[in-house]
Write a new protein. Structure first.
Length: 239
């Protein structure tokens, strides 16, 4: 698995939200994309999963240009996104939501129990709540469900958009711990976060996005110690 964005441009009408970014995600990595509100993080993930159109540039998946491949086929290739704001089906039960994650896969029946087991092992809370309506879960539980549903598609690369958003500190720590756990099972992860401290602690490499441009790319541990980055994104400048 190798995901590469090459000089990617994305527009909303005449507005250019992504202005020519180049990003590489290698097999086995956790790569994080950090940046302020409106920097283009969500747009980048949506473009990778095929929900937004590429204006110019390329999205390469294992060397193949998938820029024009429909979204559902990208899921089959192994690209799966847990969307910002969770995007679960509120009227469906937890179990039904998880089953929806298999929607695209032809072999879904034979894999269902095995994959449900894996998700329930990562998130025991979801197993306890299997028959509860998705919309009545707590914020943290809904986040677990969104990630669990994305995992049901057996992704090679998992795209996570702000998994810590709106969660209490203890739940944030829990979600980040689980992200590392998922990565250790062999799933490559592209993680969008405003919680830069936690993201940089978990990621191998990082890109900083500012108004549609990549302004920095580095090892995550180096960025954690970079005074300018600390000042801008971690709220703790050099003394
Ligand atoms: N549907 C849309 N129509 C027009 N402009 C949009 C649309 N969606 C996003 N934008 C604009 O594109 C830019 C990038 O937005 P995006 O959602 O990718 O940012 P983000 O980095 O995810 O921000 P946040 O941290 O607030 O989630 C912003 O200026 C935003 O206003
Ligand atoms: Mg966003």
């Amino acid at each position: 698995m190798r995901l590469e964005l090459k000089d990617l441009h994305v527009h909303y009408g005449k507005i250019e939200a992504i202005k020519g970014i180049s990003v590489v995600v290698n097999e086995g990595e956790i790569v994080t994309l950090i940046g302020a509100n409106g920097a283009g993080k969500t747009t980048t993930l949506k473009t990778i999963s095929g929900l937004r159109k590429v204006s110019s540039g390329q999205i390469l998946f294992d060397g193949q240009d998938i820029s024009n491949v429909p979204a559902h086929e990208r899921v089959d290739l192994g690209i799966s996104q847990a969307p910002e704001g969770r995007g679960i089906f509120p009227g469906m039960t937890v179990l039904e939501n998880l089953e929806m994650g298999k929607f695209n896969r032809k072999d879904r029946k034979s894999e269902m129990d095995e994959d449900l087991d894996k998700v329930y092992t990562l998130f025991p809370r979801l197993k306890e709540r299997a028959t509860q309506a998705g919309g009545t879960l707590s914020g943290g539980e809904q986040q677990m469900l969104a990630i669990g549903r994305a995992l049901m598609a057996r992704p090679k690369v998992l795209l996570l958009d702000e998994p810590s958003m709106g969660l209490a500190p203890q739940m944030i720590a829990n979600i980040f711990r689980i992200i590392t756990e998922i990565n250790k099972t062999g799933v490559t992860i592209l993680l969008v976060e405003q919680n830069a401290q936690q993201a940089l602690q978990r990621a191998h490499r990082a890109y900083i996005l500012e108004t549609g441009n990549v302004v920095k790319e580095a090892k995550a541990s180096d960025l954690l110690n970079d005074p300018a980055v600390r000042e801008a994104y971690l709220g703790t400048g050099a003394h």
